[in-house]
Design a protein around this ligand. Structure first.
Ligand SMILES: N[C@@H](CCC(=O)N[C@@H](CS)C(=O)NCC(=O)O)C(=O)O
Length: 260
């Protein structure tokens, strides 16, 4: 993907989408998927993962990605605000059901995937633990400054780390139960009988369970290993239906191969 620098993009018009350049970050891949499904073109803007990104902070107030900046409106940094923007713009299929009960369900499931204490949040803690080692897990305050900043931002503490695998298993079981219940009603999606944002979030976040093969997701090998390594966290969970659902959504609704 050809990215613009923040210094160029902040003076442009239209939708600017700040993404972690060179990395298929699940929140960023999801944001791209939402806008693509709605048929909304965006200008990709580079964020440098794990760095201070001071030019981005000066523009949007945050150092991480994704950030969606539409015209002269305030920057949107949370997954839900980005979803609501994608739903407002464009004319592709709706990302949320019209029925308010189903809409609440789709947003609730999406939160379990991308919100605080959601699937992605728990997986990230586990990935940091593997990357930084046992001493960091016991004492994150002793990490070097750059990593300490990430640890603080993403709530990496012995207590959160200890709870993450169980929380993650609960969420995966809920998704499996949901797919099974839907299958019994002959529905192919997580909510109702058509695509919602929840399906897009699961397809993109499932990279942290099992990344798509290299020809579809040419991510760096080191990162692939980190994303794929679950330790024993998913032992006893039937992941096949979750991966089948990922493939179904990518095949029918999202762009392949990934371009980041
Ligand atoms: N603010 C987003 C989440 C953003 C987020 O977690 N971004 C991570 C994705 S792993 C990121 O940018 N990581 C790289 C970094 O912090 O530099 C939301 O609430 O939906």
């Amino acid at each position: 993907m050809d990215y613009y620098e923040v210094s160029e993009a902040r003076h442009m018009k239209g939708l600017r989408l700040v993404l972690s350049a060179g990395v298929p970050g699940p929140w960023g891949e999801a944001a791209k998927g939402l806008f693509q499904v709605r048929g909304v073109p965006f200008i990709p803007v580079a964020q440098v993962p794990a760095q201070a990104n001071s030019d981005l902070v000066a523009w949007t107030g945050v150092r991480n990605a994704p950030v969606a900046v539409y015209e002269d409106e305030a920057p949107r940094t949370s997954w839900l605000d980005i979803l609501m923007l994608a739903q407002r713009l464009g004319d592709g299929p709706p990302l949320l059901p019209a029925d308010p009960y189903l809409r609440a369900l789709a947003i609730g499931i999406s939160h379990e995937i991308c919100g605080q204490w959601g699937y992605g949040w728990c997986r990230r803690l586990m990935i940091f633990a593997r990357l930084w080692g046992e001493e960091a897990c016991r004492n994150p305050g002793e990490l070097p400054p750059d990593q300490r900043q990430l640890a603080r931002q993403y709530d990496f503490r012995p207590e959160t780390l200890a709870s993450a695998p169980q929380r993650l298993r609960d969420i995966l079981r809920m998704l499996n139960d949901r797919l099974e219940a839907q299958r019994q009603m002959e529905h192919c999606y997580l909510v109702g009988d058509s695509l919602t944002a929840a399906d897009i979030y699961w397809a993109t976040f499932s990279a942290m369970l099992e990344p798509l093969p290299h020809d579809l997701n040419p991510m760096p090998d080191e990162l692939r290993d980190l994303y794929a390594d679950q330790g024993d966290a998913v032992d006893g969970i039937d992941t096949a239906p979750l991966i089948e659902h990922r493939d179904f959504i990518y095949r029918n609704h999202l762009k392949l191969p990934l371009d980041f």
